[in-house]
Design a protein around this ligand. Structure first.
Ligand code: EPZ
Length: 417
């Protein structure tokens, strides 16, 4: 077991380059198998979730060549075998092999997906979507068997604009006969990235990035390339680090349109930042104003930024509120931030954060990915040393986090527990 050790109170300056988005890459890799030729994915982040998905591809007899941040995937000799639980349980996004294999082979056998423990995470919208396309679903012990004689385009209305269901239905319907329309689709940038990849292979998808996506089925998907978009959650995490302990810290790879909700809150708080082209420069700001934030689907304030943002709110002068509306149990960070000296009360799904409080380094536990990110941020601004255990959660989603932070002046290391 490893832990991250952070010496607090160091000033960060220099440049942090943002890697490809985890939540795009984890969908693009399964999407690659839909090509009847081969595909190349650029700017793939060096995260452990990627390694698990590559292992699934290898189990499916796909050829995978990885050089630096580029993945070449050839699925022409694909063998449609059961996707094992020891792999599926490591991440939520293993469920994108449901849509991809259903779309390609009309048959999938896959064990239950895993992912962060942040509340109930049903996949009923995905399954209903597959059924509407003509699939039959059987659940046997710990596995789903999804089978279709024929996939036919359908009009599918999502009860909630789910990111995963929108992508999975696109993957399953891209080779169906006829036209599929997804109403109340999710609009997140990662969905546009996946649709662009499929269109590069010859798919006919329009409307990605809006709430109505139209997919005209095609018979063949040729070779395709795609670049993973920058990770807006990784960018947000380092932007918050800059607001806490930065001195002209530069974050390179910020797409303004993907981050409006965060940037407008930072302005409301009087945080000192400048964005030019794709580079954001940020410094520690004294006298930050408290704010109220509510997580929402894109373009609202993304739930994944909530836990990191809580740390910044502990440093505002006054009472801030963060209401989590997407997940029912995304408060794993609160206990540990309070151990470090924060004053956060949780009422239903709202954090009430009283600032400003001085944080002290402590031994803490990363209960999930973004909780872990929030503890790294707290460690950067705290006095003395913070030791974070269960760091596998953090390494699932933050590429080279230790190197990136140390390059800009932090004192962070990974050691054996
Ligand atoms: C994606 O999860 C992300 N994960 C999450 O990021 C992110 O928090 C979430 O989208 C929202 O933006 C990946 O992309 C791998 P949803 P996903 O389906 O697709 C309910 C991170 O920290 N729902 O949009 O699983 C669900 O319970 C992670 O990087 C159903 O009820 O999220 C939730 O309340 C964590 N039935 C809401 O919808 C369904 O069939 C949104 O979920 C599907 C979802």
């Amino acid at each position: 077991m490893k832990k991250i050790v952070i010496e607090g109170n160091q000033t960060l300056s220099g440049t942090i380059n943002i890697d490809g988005a985890k939540n795009s890459a984890v969908a693009l890799i399964p999407a690659a198998i839909l090509s009847d030729e081969f595909t190349t994915i650029y700017n793939v982040p060096n995260i452990s979730d990627k390694n698990v998905l590559i292992n699934i591809l290898k189990d499916l007899n796909c050829q995978v060549l990885e050089t630096d941040n580029i993945l070449n995937i050839n699925s022409s000799s694909l063998k449609n075998v059961l996707i094992r639980e020891d792999l599926t349980s490591k991440l939520r996004a293993s469920y994108y092999f449901m849509g991809a294999l259903l779309g390609k082979c009309k048959h999938v056998e896959i064990c239950l997906p895993g992912g962060c423990n942040i509340g109930a995470r049903p996949i009923d919208y995905h399954l209903k979507g597959f059924e509407q396309l003509g699939a039959k679903i059987t659940i046997e012990d710990n596995k789903y068997i999804i089978d279709a004689k024929k996939l036919e385009g359908a009009k599918i209305y999502l009860d909630f604009p789910s990111v995963g269901a929108t992508i999975n239905i696109m993957l399953a319907s891209v080779k169906a006969s006829g036209t599929t329309i997804i109403y109340n689709a999710a609009k997140e940038p990662e969905i546009v990235n996946v649709a662009t990849f499929l269109n590069n292979m010859g798919a006919k998808i329009t409307g990605a990035g809006t709430s109505k996506i139209k997919i005209e089925g095609v018979e063949f998907l040729h070779k395709g390339i795609i670049e993973v978009i920058p990770d807006r959650i990784e960018a947000a995490t380092y932007i918050i680090a800059g607001a806490l302990v930065g001195n002209n810290l530069k974050i390179n790879g910020v797409i303004k349109e993907h981050m409006e909700s965060l940037l407008s809150k930072l302005s409301e708080m009087n945080v000192n930042y400048k964005l030019k082209d794709f580079e954001l420069t940020i410094s520690k700001t004294d006298n930050m104003k408290p704010v109220s934030i509510k997580s929402q689907v894109f373009p609202g304030f993304v739930t994944d930024m909530g836990q990191p943002m809580s740390v910044l709110l502990t440093q505002c002068d006054g009472i801030s509120f963060f209401e989590e509306t997407i997940y029912d149990n995304r408060m794993g960070h609160v206990k540990y931030l309070n151990n470090m000296g924060a004053d956060i009360k949780v009422k239903e799904n709202t954090e009430i954060i009283c600032g400003k409080t001085k944080l002290q380094g402590k031994k803490v536990i990363a209960t999930d990915l973004r909780a872990g990110a929030s503890l790294v941020l707290a460690g950067l601004v705290a006095d003395k040393t913070t030791e974070i255990s269960q760091i596998d959660h953090i390494l699932r989603g933050y590429a080279n986090i230790v190197e990136k932070l140390n390059n800009v002046g932090a004192k962070v290391k990974i050691v054996d527990e």
